[in-house]
Design a binder for this molecule. Sequence first.
Ligand code: KIV
Ligand code: ZN
Length: 547
Amino acid sequence: MARTITVFDTTLRDGEQAPGYSMNLEQKVRFARQLELLKVDVIEAGFAIASPGDFESVRAISRVIENSTVASLSRALPKDIDRAWEAVKEAKRPRIHTFIATSALHLQYKLKMSEQRALEQAVDMVKYARNLAPEVEFSAEDATRSDKDYLCTVVEKVIDMGATIINLPDTVGYTTPDEFGSFISYVMNNVPNIDKAQISVHCHNDLGLAVANTLAGLEAGASQVECTIGGIGERAGNAAVEEVVMALRTRSDLYDMTYNLDTTQLYNTSRLLSNITTVPIAPNKAVIGANAFAHESGIHQHGMLANSRTYEIMTPESIGLKKTTMVLGKHSGQHAFNHRMQELGYTLDASLSAKLFADFKNIADKKKEITDRDLIALMESGTQAGPQIYELDNFVVNSGNLMTATACVTLKRNGKKFQAVEMATGPVYACFKAVEKIIKHSYVLEDYQLRAVTEHRDALGEVLVKISDNNGNYRGRGVSTDVIEASLLSLLSAVNRMVENRESAADESIAGSKVKDWITLPEDALMRDMKVTGTVKEDVSKGGSDE
Ligand code: KIV
Ligand code: ZN
């Protein structure tokens, strides 16, 4: 009889810890709801003690999730466990996930603790957690580099204390499939009470073996997999949910295992993650990358036409990618637009639908056919626009290889127009300087990525930017048939987040009578890092002042 595998998703904890993937509370709740649609069995919602923000997110997720178990990570310490329990106790199915390292290396250098002391702490803390929560998972951090017999003793004792899920992580991605399979078998054969617990595997990808190791762990008898969407996670990441599950599905001839996960939600879930974090999915990413179902070479196309199984081992539909013959264009109405968006997995409320339809019409005027990838890019930039503080009114650039680029940018804020002219070594740079001048605040451009959404000549350009100031990092995404406009839209969505953050910090300081330095700084000081070559016109619509 096929074994049912538990899918434990840690995108919101191990994944979110990775640089560039942090999310705010609203984004985490949105993503957790999608994980529930995906039907993962367990959502590790965060590490409650890590920060007040993490705590609030775990608690908010616990309150809204109906079907999946919600877990919070905690070190094997009473204060961590208390905080984890406080955060998950309102969940329909709460779980405390507590861990301590078991390898000699971690015990000696990180915890400065003897094996005996770590064993006692693990046992005491599982007992403590079990007095609070109905379900306790125990992880032996760095399990694969731990002494096997010591590890087996720890596992046996924590099971005695009521841990019903035992996670054996390959914390640093060191093991190999054969070795990991034997390791899981060893634990299963040498822990007398192992039948009272479920074995879980949690593999990191430092050697690119996370998925292979996870599958080897399952074959050896593990029945829970800890994975992340897109394989995001610490360093090189974790095993990717979509790869593990699609391997089980595609090679069901090898793996006699089932799962509750709905694979047709995999594509939408990974798009949502990319949308929220603004980190693009690599085109060659297994299962969910843009090229995963694209067939470029003539030989492959020929084979595909004769029988799609020649080059396709799984169907696009199985991950939720719907093929369509319907092409949208400038004559398409709101109904057709909404219908296609729905087919792509997006449910739009009236105001978002109206906004995106207006963006769609705008683009359809310039571009003959609007593909699904265009629609997804529109959706992603539209839902990510963030606060609408400054809006792009118009811009003009002059550029060429015989001249210095100039940009004249006009932005609107509260109905008032602001214009600046700047010169720079390139047109995007000139635009960015003009925006900086209008907002009167310097920022550093940390990252700028431009890509074509589709391969055609009239493709939409999509720009992702990351900027920073003293208060933090801000990301933006913009889409247009004009790459300069896409750059400006992307910059503005990041700038608006920065301005919002700065202004709300100012409001708080003023409320507390602590006026921050930058509020009292003269304009010149704010502009000190900028080589000002142009002019700022305020309220140009009313013929406002100019210097
Ligand atoms: O990689 C790891 O060991 C972990 C544990 C804390 C579960 O993430
Ligand atoms: Zn991990």
